[in-house]
Design a protein around this ligand. Structure first.
Ligand code: NPG
Length: 377
């Protein structure tokens, strides 16, 4: 498909409640949406970068800058494919190859990849889930619970989510708000509730004993306890814990995933398309996990309905064997920019319409938009 225009649109959405992790507190999202326009079709993608470079070095302003000056010029006016198929004939350039000379910026690249893919799939009426090889019509929904001011507040929040039907609870932890909190939640909810924790790099190897104190609580996993580049530290920590370690920030590519698994740095992998540069790389990591019999699950970045549709389609692949951070729209936003994702018996339905299967609601989009920029060849 020849890319005729790329629209960059910023939308601001308040979160229904503050979300605190060991990286900081988020009260809303300043989202960069990408709309790719081609002959007879258009497609949407969401850049999951946050307003500040606190999760990775990417942030929304930088993503918009790199798209405007470095990525879009490589796509505009070019016959591009993201499906690798010959829908446009054998002359189409691959969107990944076109962006490859630009180093880094995986979240910006992922947004463009998805927008091109969405536009391309809409031309043939095929759904993203179908294109990726989904085997499920719905996916188990997990919920991430931020660090609360008090233990009582945490138990109330967890109760609320369990009442809504969530099938797995992830607790954010940090030193001092960890073992006692997890014990309190486990005692409160009983043994049947699937629980896991996420430290967002807040610990050091010297904290191994403290982390091993989580072992009695039957957690599915401990996510990213140590700094992202410390694979050897994770391997050592993994030998001292019974609970499996899972990596998130450490895994930016299938190469990273292979290294981490070979080193024994983790036994479970969190896959986020934005963190790894798009769906093609996400599926490669998925395939690696399947080949090595390693459980995987789909992480979340507080996406609007656009990014959520993508994650839910991805999570419908067979190797996603654990519930993802894939919650209903209402867990994040009072008014999502698409028709809301809702829980049915603790699950979200995989979109079946053409492309990503959702589009922004024009009125909501207009009301939330803070700026638009149209890029042309
Ligand atoms: O449900 O989308 C969600 C949130 C899941 O905890 C979640 N995300 O570290 O994985 C994370 C965390 C995060 C959110 C990180 C926003 C960065 C930004």
């Amino acid at each position: 498909m020849r890319i005729e225009a790329i629209e960059l649109r910023r939308v601001e959405l308040p979160l229904v409640s503050d979300f605190r992790t060991s990286h900081g507190t988020q009260q809303g999202r300043d989202v960069l949406l990408v709309r790719v326009v081609g002959p007879g079709s258009e497609g949407w993608g969401e850049c999951v970068a946050g307003a500040a470079p606190s999760y990775t070095s990417e942030y929304t302003d930088a993503a918009q800058h790199v798209i405007r000056h470095h990525l879009a010029p490589r796509l505009l006016g070019v016959d591009i494919t993201a499906t690798g198929s010959d829908a446009d004939g054998p002359t189409s350039a691959d969107v990944h190859d076109a962006m490859a000379p630009i180093v880094g910026h995986p979240m910006a690249k992922a947004a463009l990849e998805v927008a091109v893919l969405d536009a391309e799939l809409r031309l043939t009426g095929r759904s993203l889930a179908d294109h990726l090889g989904a085997v499920r019509r719905e996916v188990d929904s997990g919920v991430a619970v931020g660090i609360t001011a008090t233990e009582g507040e945490l138990l109330d929040v967890v109760d609320g989510y369990l009442a809504e039907g969530y099938r797995r609870i992830k607790l954010k932890i940090e030193p001092g708000r960890d073992v006692d909190r997890v014990r309190a939640v486990r005692e409160h909810v009983g043994d049947d509730v699937a629980l896991q924790v996420d430290a967002n790099e807040a610990y050091a190897l010297a904290d191994a004993e403290r982390l091993a104190a989580l072992d009695p609580f039957g957690l599915l996993l401990v996510e990213q306890p140590l700094p992202r580049h410390d694979l050897l530290g994770h391997a050592e920590l993994g030998r001292r814990l019974r609970t499996p370690l899972c990596l998130d920030e450490s895994i930016t590519s299938s190469g990273d995933a292979a290294a981490a698994l070979t080193l024994g740095a983790c036994r479970i992998v969190n896959i986020k398309p934005g963190r790894v540069g798009g769906l093609r790389e996400a599926v490669r990591i998925h395939d690696l996990c399947v080949a090595r019999n390693v459980p995987a699950w789909c992480g979340g970045m507080l996406e609007t309905g656009i990014g959520r549709a993508v994650n839910v389609a991805l999570a419908a692949l067979p190797g996603f064997t654990l519930p993802g951070d894939l919650s209903a729209s209402a867990r994040y936003y009072a008014d999502d920019i698409t028709d809301p994702f809702v829980l049915h018996d603790g699950r979200l339905a995989v979109p079946t319409g053409p492309g990503i299967g959702v589009t922004p609601l024009p009125d909501v989009l207009t009301a939330l938009t803070t700026s638009t920029e149209l890029l042309t060849p």
